[in-house]
Write a protein that binds this ligand. Structure first.
Ligand code: FAD
Length: 317
């Protein structure tokens, strides 16, 4: 079967979950080959990639690759596309991933599909567009299909593979060295998972009523090991930081489980969450539009429902 290149997302040498998802997806369509670009590669990283199905691991571990912004990674991938003629290239649909994919498409004269929520036979990608109102299927018809896939689109499943390492040396162009990283600031992070990567997201909206009240949303999230999200009404009111806003002008999430409390379901909010696998809505108004796309709904006051739910989950631990 033809090779599918999967660009590895890694932080401090740790392989991010989205990469395991992409390897799982690639396995259903061809032979996954992980591409590690930048410093931090280790035996642990190799083992993790092999565990999730990487038959081959291309390693371009030069420190220099990590010194610049995205361009070197696009050059590493372009080099491999020219040398190996893969059947496709999968990249995580993160800010960085999408920029790399765009550059790679230009370099290889290929088509690119962004923000796929699934990829099927023949590399037909599924996207959710127009604020999530329409699902489209499309295929690249020029060059190598380059597809960015949203985190949480595929559940990662381990399936041990060879993980055969191959070193890759790429002489970076002057253009790739145009923007050098001079400082890295580690963002303060709580114990909760990153919003766009979390398997479970609990979001609160205007119905939560105040910043202080968001504590009940956080408690439920912590009981489930979930990330916290918020509607724009909640972030605009200053109840929760804007970086946690879900929706058209916020983050797009696609978790296994999305719990929305006190959120009506405006199209702009749906745009950021409606590809979630299971949607649970808690709202005191039975007519709230978000119920239309809910798998489970609770018509009730969130101040009663959410604490009871949290308590019940804690009991079962
Ligand atoms: C260009 C543009 C971009 C936008 N981008 C986004 C975006 O990215 N994300 C986003 O979320 N919005 C976005 N919006 C705003 C969007 O249109 C809505 O205004 C917003 O999503 C409403 O947030 P909400 O559901 O929390 O509030 P509301 O619509 O006011 O709904 C509050 C809900 O809480 C329920 N409720 C109240 N009290 C309780 C209670 N005690 N228990 C249970 N339920 C209760 C109510 O019944 C109601 O359904 C955008 C708008 C525009 C014009």
């Amino acid at each position: 079967m033809s090779e599918i290149l999967v660009l590895v997302e890694h932080v401090d040498g740790d392989v991010k979950k989205v990469t395991l998802e992409l390897l799982t997806l690639a396995r259903s369509l061809g032979t996954p080959a992980a591409v590690w670009a930048g410093p931090g590669y280790s035996d642990a990283a190799k083992a993790r990639l092999a565990e999730y199905g990487a038959e081959k691991i291309y390693v371009a571990a030069a420190d220099e690759i990590g010194d610049y912004v995205v361009a070197p990674k696009a050059e590493v991938l372009a080099h491999l596309v020219a040398e190996r003629s893969p059947a496709a290239v999968f990249v995580a649909a993160t800010g960085e991933g999408k920029e790399i994919a765009g550059r790679l498409a230009v370099k290889t004269d290929s088509g690119v599909i962004s923000d796929a929520v699934g990829v099927g036979e023949g590399f037909v990608a599924e996207q959710s567009i127009f604020g999530g109102g329409v699902n489209v299927h499309s295929r690249v018809n020029k060059g190598t299909p380059i597809i960015t896939v949203r985190p949480n689109s595929t559940a990662p499943v381990a399936a041990a593979a060879a993980g055969a390492e191959e070193k890759v040396e790429v002489a970076l162009s002057d253009a790739a060295r145009a923007a050098r990283i001079v400082e890295r600031v580690v963002q303060e992070k709580g114990a909760r998972p990153e919003l766009t990567e979390a398997a479970i997201v609990v979001s609160g909206g205007r119905g939560v009523g105040s910043g202080e009240n968001f504590a009940i949303i956080e408690k439920l999230a912590d009981a489930l090991g979930a990330a916290v999200g918020a509607s724009r009404a909640a972030t605009d009111a200053g109840w929760y930081p804007h970086q946690f806003q879900v929706g058209q002008t916020g983050k797009t999430v696609s978790p296994q489980l999305y719990i929305a409390a006190g959120i009506s379901g405006a199209i702009q909010h749906r745009a950021g969450m409606q590809t979630s696998k299971t949607i649970v809505v808690i709202n005191k108004d039975a007519e709230a539009p978000l119920f239309e796309i809910a798998d489970f709904g609770v018509v009730g006051d969130l101040f009663q429902v959410v604490p009871q739910l949290t308590e019940e989950i804690e009991k079962r631990k």
